[in-house]
Design a binder for this molecule. Structure first.
Ligand code: CAO
Length: 415
């Protein structure tokens, strides 16, 4: 069975997390992803947060599966010639350098269009065009400037960044969609195009519901499902909502049995309107079912703190897994707070290929997150990340370089 992106050749100038997330997805869907790195150095994450001396870090290996690695010095005139040869024959170029870096290599969008008008040229940048377009940006910076940090955390605490890498991996996902969309349009137009995913934009896109709430706040002065209601006051901006649900169904994180010593003994509990009577029966507050102060979603909004405290009296008598099993029987939406340890041990995630065990020549076996997107006709087989320059000779031969030429380029330090 073929793969969805088989035949698509990607020249991958990405590094760190955002860009590699994108090209790893393309590789998982079957594209031939050729990662270009500097000899002797490579992607800086190869050596960041190392847990095994001299072996590529988990940071690198977990973001660069299914790719090939070649070393080319893009600033060497002969190295640049090599890259121009590759660019003429590839479909997609992906990069997430600081603004201007590719232009300084002589490989900006203007030049690449001339070399290959069919090229999809895709970039991650911190910001889109505007006052901050030249800034370097990392994950947490993106979370701060994209509206995530100001709306995350508790009302009496400082802004908080999320453990979910919405700035890096989130932007990589956006870019991957932009690339396959551009590839699709190319089948009609025959032309490549420039694809930009700015980290600020991607985070804001993921914070769409908070922009919704800003406008509701501007209009009405109150957000009734937020914990600030009814006792607190609202300022001019959407406040931090603690663990309140972002949707129309109120939710909160509640303590479960053993919370005193297990700091992940919690469950997310959603007071979904259609199951209100089931919730009341379960927690022994049957009288709330018909009580006009509690019977409707609108009536419950100013009483959410009291309601969740009462539900918590029940959840604290169960482990989070017991609580989930019981709640599922009544179709009450909930989710135990799973630690990474518990996720690692989850057999069902292994079975679906969402967690995979990979063998690496320098590291031995390690776990990674496999492709979270499952295509029935294009299954993903995760293979290990490449060693630095592992495929230089192989790739260059495929692109028409003779063994003598490869040796000569190596001798002058161009590859
Ligand atoms: N041959 C020759 N030079 C190479 C090369 C190669 N194969 N590969 C990289 N380089 C050079 C680049 O040309 C650049 O050099 P100059 O700036 O001197 O021209 C340099 O290596 C690296 O560029 P950089 O500025 O991108 O790297 P940095 O570590 O200083 O910054 C980062 C990192 C992430 C802040 C920056 O790349 C950035 O803002 N990227 C866009 C946003 C982004 O993706 N951020 C998320 C990263 S994931 O957390």
């Amino acid at each position: 069975m073929g793969k969805a992106l088989e035949g698509v050749r990607v020249l991958d100038f990405t590094h760190v997390q955002s860009g590699p997330t994108c090209t790893q997805l393309l590789a998982w869907f079957g594209a031939d992803v050729i990662k270009v790195e500097r000899a002797g150095a490579g992607d800086v994450t190869r050596e960041q947060l190392r847990d095994i001396p001299d072996a590529d870090s988990l940071y690198f290996t977990m973001l660069n599966h299914n790719k090939r690695s070649i070393t080319v010095d893009a600033k060497h005139p002969e190295g640049r010639q090599v890259l121009e040869t590759l660019i003429r024959q590839c479909d997609v170029l992906v990069e997430n350098f600081a603004p201007g870096a590719l232009e300084r290599m002589g490989l900006g969008w203007e030049r690449v269009q001339v070399l290959n008008p069919r090229m999809i040229y895709a970039s991650v940048k911190g910001f889109g065009p505007g006052p901050y377009q030249d800034c370097k940006v990392y994950e947490n910076v993106a979370q701060c400037v994209g509206g995530a940090a100001s709306t995350t955390g508790f009302e009496d605490g400082p802004p908080v960044v999320s453990g979910a890498q919405i700035g890096d991996s989130g932007t990589g996902l956006h870019l991957a969609l932009g690339i396959v969309t551009a590839l699709y349009q190319r089948t009609v137009t025959g032309r490549g195009q420039y694809v930009l995913a700015a980290m600020q934009d991607a985070v804001l896109n993921l914070c769409r519901v908070k922009l919704r709430d800003q406008q509701r706040l501007d209009r009405t002065g109150v957000l009734r499902e937020y914990p600030q209601h009814p006792k607190g006051t609202f300022g001019p901006a959407v406040p931090r909502a603690g663990n309140a649900s972002g949707g129309g169904q109120p939710g909160w994180i509640l303590r479960c049995k053993d919370w005193e010593w297990d700091y992940n003994a919690y469950i997310y509990f959603i007071v979904q309107a259609p199951v209100w009577s089931k919730i009341c029966n379960l927690i022994g507050r049957e009288e709330w079912i018909g009580d006009p102060d509690y019977a409707t979603p609108g009536a419950r909004l100013p009483r959410l703190a009291e309601i969740f405290a009462e539900i918590e009296r029940w959840t604290m008598t169960k482990t989070k897994i017991e609580a989930m099993q019981i709640l599922n029987k009544y179709e009450i939406p909930c989710g135990p707070v799973l630690s990474m340890r518990e996720i690692v041990d989850d057999e069902s995630l292994r079975k679906t290929g969402t967690i995979v065990e990979i063998d690496h020549p320098a590291r031995g076996s390690y776990l990674s997150v496999g492709n979270p997107i499952k295509l029935s006709d294009s299954p993903t087989v995760v293979t290990r990340s490449p060693l630095l320059g592992e495929h230089t000779d192989e790739v260059m031969a495929e692109f028409g370089f003779s063994a003598e030429r490869i040796a000569a380029l190596r001798a002058i330090g161009a590859i």
